[in-house]
Design a protein. Structure first.
Length: 82
């Protein structure tokens, strides 16, 4: 993904999106909460969505980092036999 400014937008209908700022393209992430969920969260759905997006970005970074480590040649320690 290119480096650009991202924004989280509450569309007001139970849908919250992560999108590039000043861009009309399709959102990168869409989270939709049911009416029951919104009532349960007592108007904190934006905070919950922020936490979900942050967790997703962190997980994606960890997966990418692990993939980079898997591509590096393994350095084996010298083995000593007695």
């Amino acid at each position: 993904m290119s480096a650009s400014l991202l924004e989280i937008v509450d569309l007001g209908d139970g849908e919250i999106v992560l999108q590039r700022a000043n861009d009309d393209s399709e959102p990168l992430v869409t989270i939709r909460f049911s009416e029951e969920s919104r009532v349960y969260m007592m108007d904190n759905s934006l905070e919950v969505a922020k936490a979900m997006i942050q967790a997703g970005i962190q997980a994606a970074a960890e997966v990418a980092e692990q993939g980079e480590m898997d591509n590096e040649p393994a350095v084996e320690a010298p083995r000593v036999l007695h």
